[in-house]
Design a binder for this molecule. Structure first.
Ligand code: ZN
Length: 193
């Protein structure tokens, strides 16, 4: 039986990861979504753990080492790192909207299949925003949590924390639920349940 490892985004100690008005804080949003996804997966009988629930991220290297210890312990795992995107780092609002899934350049076919499922699920849920996707539907970028983790791994960017409309949506109860549902549905489809 597979184990799903959910990765929280950053930590309270990482600066700049919030909406320009401070309403959405990425470290907190990710932890809230991870808890909801974990509960929902467990209700469906799926083994699910969160890598770092605490507010702080010790370091990115420590996070990856922790994930790889979990992978060694539980063997058959997938890793999903849950983030919010940003179009700028200038503390201003921007126009880009929508969901995106990422894998590393060294991604396995399993990672790519999981990312493609996330993409299709997001488009099906109307979460594509104004994004223009590559033909595969997912993006390839050398992100450490995908590149250096020892199991199929995808990073999800759940809309833009520096777009006003995306932030309104993300913070609404129905918007938050649709982000949770997207992850649960994609993971369930990947697992063939
Ligand atoms: Zn992030």
């Amino acid at each position: 039986m597979k184990t799903v490892i959910l990765g929280t985004a950053h930590g309270i100690n990482v600066p700049g990861k919030c909406s320009p008005d401070g309403r959405l804080r990425e470290w907190l949003y990710s932890r809230q979504v991870c808890l909801m996804v974990r509960d929902s997966l467990r209700q469906r009988g799926v083994k699910c753990i969160i890598d770092i629930e605490a507010e702080r991220e010790p370091s990115l290297a420590a996070r990856i080492a922790m994930v790889n210890r979990l992978v060694a312990q539980h063997r058959d795992c997938i890793y999903v790192s849950i983030h919010n995107n940003a179009a700028g780092s200038d503390g201003c609002w921007h126009g880009a909207r929508g969901f995106a899934a990422f894998v590393a350049p060294n991604a396995s076919p399993q990672s790519r299949r999981l990312a493609a499922i996330f993409h299709h699920s997001a488009v099906g849920a109307g979460l594509q925003g104004n994004r223009c996707y590559p033909p595969s539907g997912y993006y390839v970028q050398s992100l450490a949590v995908c590149r250096d983790t020892a199991c199929p791994a995808v990073l999800t960017e759940n809309l833009f924390q520096d777009n006003r409309d995306d932030v309104d949506f993300l913070l609404s109860p129905s918007g938050r639920q649709s982000i949770v549902d997207l992850h649960v549905n994609a993971i369930i489809e990947y697992l063939g349940l």
